[in-house]
Design a protein around this ligand. Structure first.
Ligand code: MIG
Length: 799
């Protein structure tokens, strides 16, 4: 294990002087005297890969994280040589590699340093395991800030922190606890208002030190494998994140119901209990789309079996739930019970699909079912077999989603909580030990699960959720933040974790609302649901050890608050779906931390609590008991208080009054916010109007709305509806121009338009240059207009 002295370690080795180089198409290789090779590959003008070997040759180039369909190709590439260094120039950056020591530095085209090696690449030979402990250090200036790295339970800006990436089942984790469930070795640096990113694609245990050990040094290292990293140039953080997300991949659209509210507990059983819970949601009129079955639905925790005493006829139950709008999601763990009578075990044994120890025996570990063997999901044949196991659950029984847990992988009653490190893995034909495969194990399980569920759910879309993940897992699965605790501090943590996941490419994430361990007060639960409805994945879950955590476990007031906020989420579904579409199309994070939203404004660099939901709604949770409001920062621009419609100018810290049934919410001036009516589940109602809430702004603003059939794959053939609204506000008029694309005809025929913040009294309204009859009185009373959806220009004219 590497300790704090990593940078001072005397036995560290360094590249010596460069003796030759060769340039082939997009790659340039530099060779040193002591057999180090640096291969620089220009993938895009703003995306450069650096790969080092100390052996004199490179091993097979293989990564689970990189999406094979990522965009590459550059506009400009020039390699040149001067006395002291080589220079690689693209249309965005120039990279200089010093001849004497292979240290490199990257500049923008105006000669501003973006990132520069301190010691640069160095390594320590690992006598214990073979190979190297590979290390990198970069110089860091005062004022530089750092973001990213996935699920870390610490402040958003990572400056001053040292973090560890080793997927771990971290029950009831604490603030600042390391390591956690997920591994995203990607960070964003922000220096001088310029952003860049580093993705260190190495699945061994990795560490990142952001000016913790030494004030002006940032370093990262791994216990094995290659020093292999990607440099991403911004200078906008937006561009860094979209480039990273493009490189590691984007998901397909989830079914719209997956963006509804989900209810979970460990565990709902027997069937009558499941039905009681679902019926109560309908009775109390709290919308809900999914109900979860945790491990007790199985026969002795054997995956792909049912406890027939609790669930005598799963197919009937699942279809009855479905009739009432509930999709059933079931848990599937990686541990397969060692049991000669159990078909899944027998088959895997016969086919030799379980992980083995270095000397041959199958890896054995205790989890819920008792002693288990574990499929090697890094073997493509095993993944294919695993996918096939979902046939009955999905095709026959009608389960709609699968929840993968314990896939760090977690093992009970052993000090390291996981597999022994000598366990062997196929690693898609690159055999290795668990040291290399550990961090990727959960992702490969979720990947196999995804392919199975997708195959059998077709032509509907699959839904998968995982606890462990490595970069790129977003292509297959959503995720949650694991076993949190019902405390106010954990509400703060959840808010940051989900924002951080969002800018780390894995946006479809949420926390266990209310907390998994322990019991929240009604107040804490209410504050958590008020935040949770603004998280891409929205599920209440609890361990069930301390009583119930359904909304009705709390008093009337909390039930009403829950209903109010879940209703709001269901109204905002078209808005949420649109941001999901921007995520899958362009890699744009669904939640935008303030620093991402406006990096030029240094006030945002250390903010944690506020974030922008989608593009136009500013959310700030209440994170303390007994609050009558809170202080918060409103980013630059014009905003409206969602509750009062009062206008506020941003760029300052303000106090916002709120009642218990509110949190600070602001809408960006000029926005067109689409809303559906409240439904108890997605698709419950047919409706003829799309509500548009239009917030007046002097000047222009653009808003978009994406819709499709809400499930299935027709959207990939162009059957979607994409509306872009351009609003232009003037002193005495408001113009709304609408442009449509796509072949999907939305089922409604009208817009119900709500005009907010008009600074003038309406005199006349024109739709495509034709005056429409307009009843002042009814507008004053109800405050909305009904307009046929086919318009292209709506003109509101003041008196
Ligand atoms: O060892 O399946 O994080 O959500 O309810 C505990 C039981 C196993 C941990 C998961 C949690 C789930 C629980 N699981």
């Amino acid at each position: 294990m590497i300790t704090n002295t990593e940078l001072e370690y005397k036995g560290d080795l360094y590249p010596t002087k460069i003796v030759s180089f060769e340039h082939e198409v997009d790659s340039i290789c530099f060779h040193t005297d002591n057999s180090v090779i640096l291969k620089v590959t220009v993938l895009r003008d703003s995306l450069i890969r650096f790969r080092f070997t100390t052996k004199g040759y490179f091993s097979n180039d293989f990564s689970y994280a990189i999406d094979k369909s990522h965009s590459h190709g550059y506009n400009f590439l020039e390699v040149s040589e001067v006395a002291d260094y080589y220079q690689i120039k693209t249309s965005k950056v120039q990279c200089r590699i010093q001849k004497a020591d292979m240290r490199l530095s990257i500049f923008d085209l105006n000669e501003n340093v973006i990132l520069e090696d301190e010691l640069g690449f160095h390594w320590e030979e690992s006598y214990e395991y073979g190979g190297n402990i590979v290390k990198m250090s970069k110089a860091s200036k005062d004022g530089e800030c750092f973001y990213g790295l996935g699920d870390k339970a610490t402040q958003l800006n990572l400056k001053g922190k040292r973090l560890e990436n080793f997927a771990t089942d971290q029950y009831a984790f604490q603030k600042d606890q390391e390591p956690l469930y997920k591994v995203v070795p990607f960070y964003i640096g922000l220096q001088n208002k310029q952003s860049y990113g580093i993705f260190f694609d190495n699945t061994f245990r990795t560490y990142f030190d952001f000016c913790h050990e030494r004030r002006n040094v940032t370093s990262y290292w791994a216990e094995g494998g290659e020093m292999n990293y990607y440099f991403i140039y911004g200078p906008q953080m937006q561009d860094v994140v979209t480039t990273y997300t493009d490189l590691t991949g984007k998901p397909e659209l989830p079914p719209l119901w997956a963006l509804g509210y989900h209810q979970c507990k460990w565990s709902y059983y027997p069937e009558s209990n499941v039905k009681e819970v679902t019926a109560k949601f309908r009775e109390l009129k709290i919308p809900c789309d999914a109900i979860y079955l945790d491990i007790d639905y199985m026969e002795g925790f054997r995956c792909f079996t049912w406890n027939k005493e609790y669930f005598p006829d799963p197919k009937r139950m699942v279809s009855e739930l479905m009739e009432d709008g509930f999709k059933t999601v079931v848990i599937i763990d990686p541990g397969i019970k060692i049991d000669k009578e159990y078909s899944v075990y027998k088959e895997a044994l016969e086919k030799d699909y379980f992980c083995k120890r270095a000397d041959g025996p199958y890896m054995k570990g205790k989890v819920w079912p008792g002693e288990c063997n574990f499929p090697d999901y890094t073997n493509p044949a095993v993944r294919e077999w695993w996918a096939g196991l979902f046939k009955e659950l999905i095709s026959d029984i009608g389960v709609k989603g699968v929840w993968n847990d314990m896939n760090e992988p977690a093992v009970m009653e052993v000090p390291n909580k996981t597999f022994p490190m000598d366990v062997r893995h196929d690693y898609d034909g690159n055999p290795c030990s668990h040291r290399k495969a550990h961090n990727i194990y959960g992702t490969q399980m979720a990947r196999a699960t995804y392919h199975g569920v997708k195959r059998f759910a077709y032509p509907k879309r699959p839904f998968i959720i995982t606890r462990s993940a490595y970069s790129g897992a977003q292509r297959y699965t959503s995720s949650w933040t694991g076993d949190n605790v019902a405390t106010w501090e954990h509400l703060w943590i959840a808010n940051i974790q989900v924002q951080r996941m969002s800018i780390s490419g894995m946006g479809f994430t949420g926390s266990d609302i209310g907390g998994f361990a322990e019991q929240p007060s009604g107040e804490l639960y209410a504050r958590w649901i008020q935040l949770g409805v603004f998280h891409p994945f929205c599920r209440t879950h609890s361990s069930g050890d301390h009583g119930n955590q359904e909304p009705w476990a709390f008093d009337e007031e909390v039930i009403d608050i829950t209903r109010k906020f879940v209703n709001l989420r269901y109204q905002l579904l078209p808005y949420l779906y649109t941001m999901f579409w921007q995520y899958i199309e362009e890699g744009i994070p669904m939640l935008k931390p303030l620093v991402y939203y406006d990096q030029e404004d240094i006030q945002t660099h250390y903010r944690n609590d506020e974030f922008v939901f989608g593009n136009q709604i500013l959310v700030c949770p209440i994170l303390e008991p007994n609050a009558l409001g809170r202080r918060m920062y409103i980013p630059r621009g014009q905003w409206y208080n969602y509750w009062t419609n009062e206008e506020v100018k941003g760029g300052k810290e303000v106090w916002v009054d709120t009642k218990f049934d509110q949190i600070p919410l602001f809408v960006k001036a000029g926005s067109v916010i689409p809303k559906y009516p409240v439904q108890q589940y997605v698709g419950e109602l047919e409706f003829d109007e799309l509500t548009l809430e239009i917030y007046y702004k002097e000047g222009k603003e653009k808003s978009v709305v994406y819709e499709d059939a809400q499930d299935g794959y027709d959207y990939k053939k162009g059957r979607y509806s994409f509306l872009s609204f351009q609003t232009t506000g003037k002193e005495k008029e408001l113009i709304i121009q609408l442009h449509k694309e796509g072949k999907y005809d939305t089922p409604y025929s009208k817009y119900k338009i709500n005009l907010i913040g008009l600074p003038f009294k309406i005199n006349a309204i024109e739709v495509d240059n034709v005056k429409i009859s307009f009843d002042h009185q009814s507008f004053e009373d109800d405050n909305y207009l009904i307009v046929d959806k086919e318009f292209t220009e709506l003109h509101i004219i003041g008196e």
